[in-house]
Design a protein around this ligand. Structure first.
Ligand SMILES: [Zn+2]
Length: 162
């Protein structure tokens, strides 16, 4: 049965309730928004930055082949373009499937970290003497940068463009 979210007034099929106010449904999107508020407060309290999510990036020889394989393994998939796709499972796991180019070796993985403010992350790492590429605004709505560890493993990080 549908309910009206107390927070955003949208009609939704699924919702959570406060224990003290079971008559006040809150939709999953608004719950995620509240978690974002909590993360903002935690950043203020701890005076640091928080990882809000992280995603492995697999370099693959054939994106279409990989998408078919992940679908067979029970993942939902989506394409950014012919050379880049995503395999999603549940709420928290997204595997990036990136077509290997130039010197890339298929099978070498990397890591994508979601954060709230990519500039803050870059500043901290620069102050620590780490060479940071970016961050810069990308056309897909992310402000992104990256660092590389001594063995060439790449950690990309991104926040929403402000
Ligand atoms: Zn809502």
């Amino acid at each position: 049965m549908a309910a009206i979210c107390t927070c955003c007034a949208t009609s939704v099929d699924w919702w959570v309730r406060l224990r003290s106010h079971p008559d006040l449904p809150i939709c999953h999107n608004c719950l995620a928004g509240l978690n974002g508020q909590r993360d903002g407060q935690l950043q203020l309290m701890t005076r640091t930055w928080l990882i809000t999510g992280f995603e492995p990036i697999f370099k693959v020889a054939d994106v279409t082949r990989s998408v078919a394989w992940f679908e067979g393994a029970g993942f939902e998939t989506s394409f950014h373009d012919d050379t880049y796709a995503f395999a999603h499972r549940d709420r928290d796991l997204t595997v990036h499937l990136a077509h290997a180019v130039a010197d890339d070796v298929p099978g070498e993985g990397s890591l994508y970290i979601h954060c709230q403010d990519a500039d803050r992350v870059a500043e901290e790492w620069r102050q620590a003497g780490i060479e940071v590429d970016g961050p810069r605004d990308e056309d897909y709505g992310k402000r992104e940068g990256s660092i590389t560890d001594p063995d060439g493993n790449v950690i990309r990080f991104g926040s929403p463009i402000r």
